[in-house]
Ligand binder design. Structure first.
Ligand SMILES: [Zn+2]
Length: 94
């Protein structure tokens, strides 16, 4: 169902999830009940293709289509797990 945006003169913009073609030009505000006018624009499409929408789609896809790697990533090696600072050798050991 598409998301429609309405602007209440008192409370500001709010969104309603309505069936396709059932959104009227006005709807009562869920906060105060005042008649709010519908904002023009593509319903439910405003976030499509945006960085946050792509991130959500990619995160959801990891559940069913996780990325599989065939080899370890090339590039700089991970830092050593122990310190190479000579001063750290003087620290008391457990
Ligand atoms: Zn309102």
């Amino acid at each position: 169902m598409p998301l429609y945006e309405y602007r209440c003169p008192a409370c500001g913009v709010f969104e309603l999830l309505l069936g396709m073609g059932t959104a009227g030009r006005e709807a009562s505000c869920p906060e105060c009940g005042t008649a709010a006018r519908r904002l023009l624009g593509a319903p439910g499409l405003s976030r499509a293709g945006s960085p946050e929408a792509r991130l959500i789609e990619r995160t959801e896809a990891t559940a069913s289509e996780p990325d599989v790697v065939a080899a370890l990533p090339s590039g700089p090696r991970r830092p050593a797990r122990h310190s190479t600072n000579p001063l750290h050798r003087r620290l008391p050991r457990p």
